[in-house]
Write a protein that binds this ligand. Structure first.
Ligand code: F6P
Length: 328
């Protein structure tokens, strides 16, 4: 059991929003209420915590939100929370509301802040992985990833129709600043001709060679998925380099952008968010802290913040190879 007597739990969302965050907030509030605990919503992540933007969340406050993208608590990236003064103000806000523990929903930046804050002020914190990038070590999937991939894949399906009709070569950029999960899964799901991810390095000549091979065997259109963080360049840069190397190619670029971050969460994201929100409250009561809750092989697991943020999570090599083979 914990040295802390937990009665009031604060919940916040921070960093980039992800579809399913609302389902996680709902699960936290409803689980807390079932256990006769009080839940408090902190607006705009750590920025709102510093400013004391905190409100009581009742069971009914979180009705009718499980299917909504975005986050009812809003989100932000806070520079002030990186400073000792900022964190002191944040702690004062918590004390002003008698909040004993926190559940923070977000990605690596969120957990980096939580890790320092929990240690400095001896406050129990559990992290819930919410980011479309799926780049956190310690969980097979993060909340929002499945929805983002489905959105990107549906968009690529639409582009496929017009690419086919005009026999064009499309470079389609998906999100993922440092991570290729969205690109890889979208590329496999949409049958892309090539996938470019930040975890791999590419030789533009060999990319062009593959495309020329396609043209020779009458593959008149092609779809190349480029992760935002691809080290050979973004979709525009790669398209520019390739266009002179493939004869008669009519090259187009589409950037899917923030559409990937919005929309109703998929069933998988709602389920994952519900499990993690529910598990996070129970974990606090069991004395867990400074850890991210996750699901590995369908089992709830806990990974110390320090590992979740510092250990790399890379796409499976077999999947990368399979994607190449299936695209030939
Ligand atoms: O981390 C999630 C993410 O959507 C990344 O894939 C993307 O690079 C980044 O956030 C965009 O952030 P912003 O919305 O602040 O431009």
């Amino acid at each position: 059991m914990s040295e802390h007597n937990i009665n009031r739990i604060g919940v916040l969302t921070s960093g980039g929003d992800a579809p399913g965050m609302n389902a996680a907030i709902r699960a936290v509030v409803r689980t807390a209420s079932f256990l006769d605990l009080h839940a408090y919503g902190i607006m705009r992540g750590y920025a709102g915590l510093i400013e004391g933007e905190i409100k009581r969340l009742e069971k009914s406050t979180v009705g009718n939100i499980i299917h909504r993208g975005g986050t009812i608590l809003k989100t932000a990236r806070s520079d002030a929370f990186r400073t000792k003064e900022g964190r002191q103000k944040a702690f004062d806000s918590l004390m002003a509301h008698d909040i004993d523990a926190l559940i923070v929903i977000g990605g690596d930046g969120t957990f980096t802040g939580a890790n320092v804050f929990a240690e400095e002020f001896n406050i129990p914190i559990i992290g819930v992985p919410g980011t479309i990038d799926n780049d956190l070590y310690g969980t097979d999937l993060t909340i929002g990833f499945d929805t983002a991939v489905n959105t990107a894949m549906e968009t690529v399906d639409r582009i496929r129709d017009t690419a086919d009709a005009h026999s064009r070569l499309f470079f389609i950029e998906v999100m993922g600043r440092h991570s290729g999960f969205i690109a890889l899964y979208t590329g496999i799901g949409s049958g892309a001709g090539s996938i470019m991810i930040p975890e791999k390095s590419y030789d533009i000549d060999s990319v062009a060679r593959t495309l020329r091979k396609g043209v020779r065997r009458q593959k008149l259109f092609n779809l190349i998925i480029v992760a935002e963080g691809n080290t050979t360049g973004n979709a525009f840069e790669v398209a520019n380099k390739v266009k002179d190397l493939v004869d008669n190619a009519e090259v187009k670029v589409s950037v899917i952008g923030h559409a990937q971050r919005g929309g109703a969460p998929t069933a998988m994201d709602r389920l994952l968010a519900s499990r993690l929100g529910y598990g996070a409250v129970n974990a606090l009561l069991e004395g867990q802290s400074r850890a991210m809750i996750g699901v590995l092989n369908n089992q709830i697991t806990f990974t110390p913040f320090i590992d979740a943020i510092s250990k790399p999570k890379v796409p499976n090599e077999d999947l990368i190879r399979m994607a190449e083979i299936l695209s030939l």
